[in-house]
Design a protein around this ligand. Structure first.
Ligand code: AKG
Ligand code: FE2
Length: 384
């Protein structure tokens, strides 16, 4: 064989191997681990500055844990709530995150959802893969990484996304197996939605907003808003310092309610320029401000970057319920929060713009929100 020919055949072999592996990666991390890997494949290895253990110029890394501000939902519902309202406002301004206790979702509703979700990821790949879809509007989507059609480096996560609005229409599309998943997800999603609406009411009040400029109750537009439940599954990872479960991102919606199943930690948030780990707190939900609430509050409340680290020995599951206004509504800073001292800081946006953005570029950090910001020099005192 001539040297040129042997080089060509080696190249073909490498290309074939890559293609073979690519189809393996597309099947998700759980499937990869079931194939008995002992090292993280190249596809998942982040460039050195993006690795969770490395320092870079933007963020320094600390291994410290953080106790997020705790908000007692029962107190928020009481007549004597000025103190907890002030804590809520401070948490949304300073951390963009808080732990919600006494939230009213019964523990058996949460444990049923957690349990059924975990059993979904234990199903054979052939069963799970029935729900794979590239359609962002599909009522059910099973997949891996962040955006598996675009990501250059994959992240160490498989997911199941369930659209929840309206629940009666969405439910028949949700996985039929495990048999109790639909029931568990419907009960949990309805209770999460109810809780979300109560929280929005408190948040609007904390911003000094009760009625919108047309005099309508603001809450009306949140009632038939969008809700997406995301079950994240992070298998144990042999080299957790080389990859991430989810890379730094902010959530696009108004509020996210997150349940960390089995108290396995992994969630880290940006706080005072450092990555800090959120300590799971039993019987609480982590609540965070999304991009839409940052825009709506004209920058008063912060949609904060967060990411997920993976664990060398324990699988981790989390259940996020992401809420916002319905997909055809425009999000803009509330006119009542714009004045001469605080000019309009964000452009109007809607879900279609977000989808366009996500599908046209690799989502990195807070890019979408950044794209909606008005340059300082161009900020005007204008309400529309
Ligand atoms: O798994 C977690 O703790 C966080 C998940 C998350 O950030 C998300 O689903 O957007
Ligand atoms: Fe998130």
């Amino acid at each position: 064989m001539s040297p040129a020919m042997s080089l060509a055949s080696i190249e073909t072999e490498i290309a074939e191997e890559l293609i073979q592996h690519e189809s393996l990666y597309q099947k998700g991390v759980k499937n990869l681990c079931e194939n008995g890997i002992t090292k993280v494949p190249k596809k998942y290895i982040l460039p050195i500055p993006d690795r969770p253990s490395s320092e870079n110029e933007d963020f320094s890394v600390v291994n410290s844990n953080i106790r997020l501000p705790t908000i007692d939902f029962a107190q928020l519902q009481s007549s004597n709530r000025s103190e907890v309202m002030a804590s809520l406002a401070k948490a949304c301004e300073e951390y963009g995150f808080f732990q919600l206790i006494n939230h009213g979702i019964a523990s058996d509703v949460i444990s049923h959802m957690s349990d059924a979700s975990k059993r979904f990821f234990e199903l054979p790949y052939e069963e799970r893969s029935k729900y794979m879809s590239n359609d962002m509007f599909s009522p059910v989507r099973y997949g891996t990484s962040f955006n598996q059609n675009k990501d250059g480096v994959f992240c160490w996560r498989d997911f199941l996304k369930l659209s929840c609005n309206p629940p009666e229409e969405m439910r028949p599309y949700w996985p039929a197996s495990p048999v109790d998943l639909r029931q568990a997800a419907e009960t949990y999603s309805k209770q999460a939605k109810f809780l979300y609406l109560m929280l929005v009411e408190a948040i609007l009040e904390s911003l000094g907003l009760v009625n919108n400029v047309e005099g309508e109750n603001y809450l009306d537009e949140f009632e038939d808003g969008s809700q997406l439940m995301v079950v994240n599954h992070y298998p144990p990872c042999p080299e957790p310092d080389l990859t991430l479960g989810i890379p730094p991102h902010s959530d696009y919606g108004f509020l996210t309610l997150l349940h960390q199943v089995d108290d396995v930690k992994g969630l880290q948030i940006q706080y005072q320029g450092k990555w800090v780990t959120v300590e799971p707190l039993a019987n609480s939900l982590v609540v965070n401000v999304g991009d839409h609430l940052e825009i709506f509050s004209n920058g008063k409340y912060k949609s904060v970057l967060h990411r997920v680290r993976v664990n060398p020995s324990r699988p981790r599951t989390s259940i996020a319920s992401l809420h916002s206004v319905s997909h055809n509504r425009v999000i803009r800073p509330s006119p009542q929060l714009i004045n001469e001292a605080n000019p309009r800081r964000y452009r109007d946006t809607d879900f279609a713009t977000f989808l366009e953005y996500v599908s046209s570029c690799e989502p990195k950090a807070k890019n979408f929100l950044e794209s909606r910001k008005i340059d300082k020099g161009k900020m005007k005192y204008t309400k529309s």
